[in-house]
Design a protein around this ligand. Structure first.
Ligand SMILES: Cc1cc2nc3c(=O)[nH]c(=O)nc-3n(C[C@H](O)[C@H](O)[C@H](O)COP(=O)(O)OP(=O)(O)OC[C@H]3O[C@@H](n4cnc5c(N)ncnc54)[C@H](O)[C@@H]3O)c2cc1C
Length: 435
């Protein structure tokens, strides 16, 4: 049986690099609210912000199982894409893609505005992103992404192996694309900054997992370890754990992926690592590895997947070291200063679980590996949807189903687990040179 909330075995390295912050107390006792939002990630905080704009008098309560910066939204690799994700990029449906790109860019700008307004020192730079391939399978996906960039009129630069080596210091990849439409961030500091910009009237309770949700007449009840919330509207913005509260079980699964961050490397080592000092590289293949060199001289590698359960620290360390050392053989023996995992909500076809799922129950979950900017967009649109349902005054809402699709059905356990392992084994084999 899985938990209804994350309880990670390893602490988040990005958060460990930041100064301590004052944690908001956990929820105590029984309380009433107009809306309760489960999950203070990119999706949940965007929803809370928009909800408060639309209904300034409403009591908006956000609860999170973890602490701001330590939990899932601070555990990612820090790629904030301003355009559609590679998985969403469809060169054969350009009209739809252009609208996705426009909305994604708008959401990105709201993150940038929050970070600026926070006055906090946040590492967020529009550094662009590389995508690179080490095998035939990767080259094929790269070609598809190139067609999308061309069709959308987005600038890019092609790189051969020698150019990648000169800029990034690795000879691992055969070919790559550089596109400027991406910010690179210290994700724990970004989510802290966004949280700091919530209006004071939005209440956030940290270390407050929802352990159960249920319906009582026209209201929803949310149980937490030390209290209970009763609300007329309930929003689930808790990614893969939505299904563990009994919602969207037939469409959502949870997969863990892992990251390792080195200490600051010596300047002699850094000098040999190419001309670009702050870069990020996304894999061309779905099961490949993400790489970053941070502005403060560290390398990050994100790779490996496990189904519904975290791997052991020993297995994570070995797997991530192997990937780092194969890309930078001169760093063989270099260990990580921090290493951690995070959960990603996935659907079979990559579409989000989004919309009203029951009377008064709204969901935006299933980031499918790229929900920082997209989650910001979907969370805000969800507040618009719920508001439109409640009032005559209607706000124009993007047609999320047409733009991002609707999630397809997945078989129940144990068939689903078997299916995951079979397709992961096949894809891993096909993309074995990209690992
Ligand atoms: C190692 C790693 C690297 C990644 N790299 C990237 C990247 O570079 N770019 C990108 O866009 N995405 C990346 N992702 C995916 C990224 O995590 C998501 O895109 C993003 O966090 C989604 O935001 P969200 O708000 O929808 O969900 P989450 O960030 O998952 O937020 C959900 C929140 O709900 C809380 N929660 C869960 N269950 C409960 C409960 N029962 N009660 C109360 N609270 C609960 C969690 O603590 C969490 O704070 C990565 C993920 C991992 C693990």
């Amino acid at each position: 049986m899985t938990n209804s909330y994350p309880n990670y075995q390893l602490t988040n390295g990005w958060n460990a690099l930041l100064p301590e912050r004052e944690v908001q107390p956990a929820l105590q006792g029984n309380q009433m609210a107009d809306v309760v939002i489960v999950g203070a990630g990119f999706t949940g905080l965007a929803c809370a912000r928009r909800w408060q704009q639309l209904s300034p008098q409403a009591r908006v309560v956000v609860i999170d199982a973890s602490e701001i910066g330590e939990g899932n939204p601070g555990r990612n690799s820090g790629f904030l894409l301003e355009v559609a994700l590679a998985e969403d990029a469809n060169p054969h449906n350009m009209q739809r893609m252009l609208e996705c790109n426009r909305l994604t860019e708008q959401a990105m700008q709201s993150i940038v505005a929050d970070v600026k307004a926070s006055g906090q020192s946040v590492d967020l730079v529009r550094a662009g992103t590389y995508r690179a391939a080490a095998s035939e399978a990767g080259l094929k996906s790269l070609q598809n992404y190139k067609q999308f960039l061309e069709g959308a009129g987005l600038p890019y630069r092609e790189l051969d192996q020698a150019q990648i080596q000169a800029e990034l210091g690795t000879g691992f990849y055969q070919s790559g694309l550089y596109s400027p439409h991406c910010y690179l961030a210290q994700p724990a500091s970004v989510i802290r900054a966004i949280h700091s910009q919530l209006p004071g009237s939005v209440e956030v309770y940290e270390n407050t997992p929802a352990t159960k949700i249920s319906k009582a007449g026209s209201r929803w009840l949310v149980n937490t370890p030390e209290g209970e919330l009763s609300c007329s509207k309930l929003v689930l913005a808790n990614n893969s754990y939505t299904k563990d509260l009994g919602v969207a079980r037939s469409r959502l699964s949870g997969v863990y992926t892992y990251a390792g961050l080195t200490p600051r490397l010596d300047s002699a080592v850094l000098d040999a690592l190419g001309s670009n000092h702050n870069w990020g590289l996304l894999p061309a293949h779905r099961l490949g590895s993400t790489l970053r060199r941070t502005a403060d001289g560290r390398l990050l590698v994100r790779s490996m997947h496990s189904y519904e359960k975290e791997d052991s620290p020993q297995k994570i360390r070995q797997g991530l070291q192997d990937r780092l050392w194969r890309r930078f053989p001169e760093l063989c023996g270099q260990d990580f200063e921090h290493m951690w995992g995070g959960s990603v909500g996935i659907t079979y076809n990559g579409a989000p679980v989004w919309g009203e799922q029951d009377n008064g129950l709204y969901v935006s979950s299933g980031c499918n590996g790229g929900g920082t900017v997209k989650g910001t967009l979907l969370g805000s649109a969800l507040a618009d949807l719920a508001h439109n349902d409640a009032t005559e005054k209607q706000t124009a809402i993007p047609d999320i189903a047409s733009l991002f699709g609707t999630p397809s059905w997945m078989p129940p356990e144990p068939l689903r687990k078997i299916g995951f392992h079979l397709s992961a084994a096949l894809e891993s084999w096909q993309g074995r040179q990209e690992r």
